[in-house]
Every structure is written in structure tokens, then in C-alpha cells.
Design a protein around this ligand. Structure first.
Ligand code: GLU
Length: 436
């Protein structure tokens, strides 16, 4: 919750003039303050600085649908294309009540940096519809998705803007987008979205890709800190696609998962949680609550548990100036987008915690999205082993490049990742020049 005093101040003071008055939980400011820091260290030209700070396109559309009751309801849909200098805008679509233009702008910019960190030929975009999908039927969700897609026809396309799943959207939603787009252009275009069902041009390995990427970079970090994999203990916040996959794959590699949580709360067992059994439990009971043999912990407590690796893989703004000093992990692997606030960064840095920033840690998802797009366009599909091998190679290389940048400029991993990304996007702008 933001404090009303600072909130009022924010409305009268330009956020980038005086950061002391900016609310800690505004994701756009969280992204921008890191961008500013990295841009300053890179001595970015003032003109380019202005260009990269501004999203290319911000689209807000009304999405009217007929509810099952026969009533008409109008939702608000957003799509932001932050930067497309390196290729089509790439980034997910979320269905959530918390969606705001500021949040989508931040997430779109994060996608630009994320794609650049792993060196994909993509720019960054993000979309969202302000809605509560838990109160909607499948039919209503389908109508919402199709109308939102129809409203975005101007920007969508395999060469211009390629969505993917994000919070509360999945393969089925991607299938509806693909179908709506294809019907509108008159032929099947599988490459207009990624994260589709395998049968309709999805990629093997896409579902596990973000969690697998987290595993790859965590192993790299453990090696750097000389912590043996089979001695490493891990706490994972979030048991959705990213958190549960990361926990499952890390456990399969011999790490001990001491805590996991979902939105209701978490379970803790210092001797290690049987992750396949926890997955079975959730399949049957929906939540981790009541899992036999483990103590319950709150999501807040989980973050400060004793462990080697902390994986925040749920929401934004969970590691803040209020709890960062209590974190005991030696490595933080950011499975979620924006789990750490800019103010918490300074505290984590001072404590010497090795942070694998979101734009690197969770880039496995968009990397396999890129593979999916390549396979769709080539009409030739790879086996899962090839996907995983190529994913691992890209993630490891990006990790090494971020470490190199951080060491060269004597900054933490986060600013190192931003510097690497901004440098790549800026290089493209310099070569292309300004179109007038
Ligand atoms: N929504 C995911 C992310 O935040 C995936 C984006 C994509 O694959 O385009 O990285």
C-alpha cells in the first residue's frame, strides 16, 4: 500500500526530478530508475536517452462483450509497444484487475531490455485487459480475447507485434488470438503469437522454458559462489508455471527445496519438500495448504527464510526496503518480473547478495518464444532436446555477458544487465539513425 503522503507528493513533483517522493511500488518508476542509472554509467547520448525512455506506441481500447447473462459489459484493454528497433515487439498479455497503463508501460520496457540481454531479434511490448478472469466463463473469456485481438489488428502481426501468455492467460487464450488474427487476414498465421498449444504450432519445451531458464542461471551463480548443487537449499515464492517448474527442475538436479508458496501461503520443511508430491497435492487440493509433513509459512516469512537461493516467482514488489535487510539467501533468482523494488536493490547490494535480475533470470520464456516464432516461420519443428540445449546455451552466454559487464563497470548484476541491454538497443538506433 502506498502511503498517502508520498502519493500526494507524487502528483505535484515530476517523478524523475526528485526520486525521494516517488512511491516505491510504481513499476514504471522501478524500471526507469534502473534505466537512468545504467544510461548515466553508459554516458548515453541525451537524444537517445529521450528516445529509449518513451514507449513507441500506447494503445488503449474498449473491449465490449456480451456476458452470459445477456448484458453488455465494456472492459479496457491496453497494448504498449516500447521499442521495435531490434525487431517485432514481443511480450505477454495479462488479464488482471491490477493492470494499469503505468504497469504495462514498465512491463513493455522490461521486455525490450530482456530480449536484448539474451540477444533476441525482438523489441519489447506488453498488453493487458483490466478484468477478473476468475469471475468469467470460458465463453466470456473467449469473446473478450477475440474482441481485444480485433481491436489491436493494426499493430499485431508476426513482423510487428507478437504476444504471448502472461499472468492469467494461457495456451487456450493464445489459440483464440491466433485464430482471430488469421480469420481477419484470411489465412493461417501461426507466428502471430507464441505459447500456443503444441498441436497448432507451439514449441516443445515452451511451457517449462521460464523455469528451466531460472535453473540454468541459478546453476551458473552457484558455481560462481562455489556452492555445490547438492548442498544448495532453495525457497520458491509462487507455485504457478514459473515457480513450480523452477522448483521441480531444481529438485531434480539435487537442490533441496525448503519452502514453496502459492497465493494462499506457503509450506516450509528444512529437510526438503518432495516437489512431485506437492504438485500432486495441488492438483487435487488446488492449494499447497495442508501438505503433510511441512509447517506453514506466510508469503512474507518465506522471503526471509534461511536458504542459499531465493526464487521470487510470483508478483511484483515483494522485496522492498522493508524486508530486504532480513533476507538471508546468498542468491536471488528473479523468476517474476519486477519482484524487487529499486530501493531494495541498494540494501541487497550492501549485503553482498548475488541478484540474478528478472530481465536475465526469467528470459527463458521469451527465448523459447523466439524458437517457436522461428519454427512457425520456417515450418520446421525441433525436438525438445534441441530446444532445451539451445535455451541453455543462450541463457549461459547471457549470464556470462552480464557478469562481464557488471565486473567491467563495477556494478551489481542488475545494472550490468541493463547496461548490456541498453547498449545493444542503442547500437541499433545509432546504426539506423532517425527516420524523418
Ligand atoms: N510473459 C513472458 C515474459 O514476461 C513471456 C513473453 C514472451 O514469451 O513473449 O517474459
Amino acid at each position: 500500500m502506498s502511503n498517502p503522503k508520498t502519493r500526494r507528493a507524487q502528483t505535484i513533483i515530476k517523478p524523475d526530478r526528485d526520486r525521494r517522493f516517488v512511491t516505491e511500488d510504481n513499476p514504471f518508476e522501478a524500471m526507469m530508475s534502473r534505466f537512468d542509472d545504467a544510461a548515466r554509467r553508459l554516458n548515453l547520448e541525451p537524444g537517445l536517452y529521450k528516445v529509449l525512455r518513451s514507449p513507441e506506441k500506447q494503445i488503449i481500447v474498449s473491449v465490449p462483450i456480451v456476458r452470459d447473462s445477456g448484458e453488455i459489459e465494456v472492459f479496457t484493454g491496453i497494448r504498449v509497444l516500447h521499442n521495435t528497433s531490434r525487431g517485432p515487439a514481443k511480450g505477454g498479455i495479462r488479464f488482471d484487475m491490477a493492470v494499469t497503463l503505468d504497469e504495462v508501460k514498465a512491463l513493455a520496457a522490461w521486455m525490450t531490455w530482456k530480449c536484448a540481454v539474451v540477444n533476441l531479434p525482438f523489441g519489447g511490448g506488453k498488453g493487458g485487459v483490466i478484468c477478473d478472469p476468475t469471475t468469467m466463463s470460458v465463453g466470456e473469456l473467449e469473446r473478450l480475447t477475440r474482441r481485444y485481438t480485433a481491436e489491436l489488428m493494426e499493430t499485431l502481426g508476426p513482423d510487428s507485434d507478437v504476444p504471448a501468455p502472461d499472468v492469467n492467460t494461457n495456451e487456450r487464450v493464445m489459440a483464440w488470438i491466433m485464430d482471430t488474427y488469421s480469420m481477419r487476414v484470411g489465412h493461417t498465421v501461426t507466428a502471430v503469437v507464441t505459447g500456443k498449444p503444441i498441436e497448432m504450432g507451439g514449441s516443445l519445451g515452451r511451457r517449462d522454458a521460464t523455469g528451466r531458464g531460472c535453473l540454468v542461471v541459478t546453476k551458473e551463480a552457484l558455481a560462481r559462489l562455489e556452492i555445490p548443487i547438492d548442498k544448495a537449499t532453495v525457497a520458491v515464492q509462487g507455485f504457478g508455471n514459473v515457480g513450480s517448474t523452477a522448483a521441480r527442475l531444481m529438485a531434480a538436479e539435487g537442490m533441496r527445496i525448503v519452502a514453496v508458496s502459492d497465493k494462499k501461503g506457503g509450506i516450509h520443511d528444512p529437510s526438503g519438500i518432495d516437489i512431485p508430491a506437492a504438485l500432486e497435492w495441488v492438483k487435487e487440493h488446488r492449494f499447497l495448504e495442508g501438505f503433510p509433513g511441512a509447517k506453514s509459512v506466510t508469503n512474507e516469512e518465506l522471503l526471509t527464510l534461511k536458504c542459499d537461493v531465493l526464487v521470487p516467482a510470483a508478483l511484483e514488489n515483494v522485496i522492498t526496503s522493508k524486508n530486504a535487510a532480513q533476507i538471508k539467501a546468498r542468491i536471488i533468482c528473479e523468476g517474476a518480473n519486477g519482484p524487487t523494488t529499486a530501493r531494495a536493490d541498494a540494501i541487497l547490494d550492501k549485503k553482498g547478495i548475488f541478484v540474478i535480475p528478472d530481465i536475465l533470470a526469467n528470459a527463458g520464456g521469451v527465448t523459447v518464444s523466439y524458437f517457436e516464432w522461428v519454427q512457425d516461420r520456417g515450418g520446421y519443428f525441433w525436438d525438445e532436446e534441441t530446444v532445451n540445449e539451445r535455451l541453455e546455451k543462450i541463457m549461459s552466454k547471457a549470464f556470462t555477458e552480464v557478469v562481464g559487464m557488471a565486473e567491467k563497470h563495477e556494478v551489481g548484476m542488475r545494472i550490468g544487465a541493463y547496461m548490456l541491454a541498453i547498449e545493444r538497443v542503442a547500437a541499433m538506433h545509432r546504426m539506423r539513425g532517425l527516420y524523418a
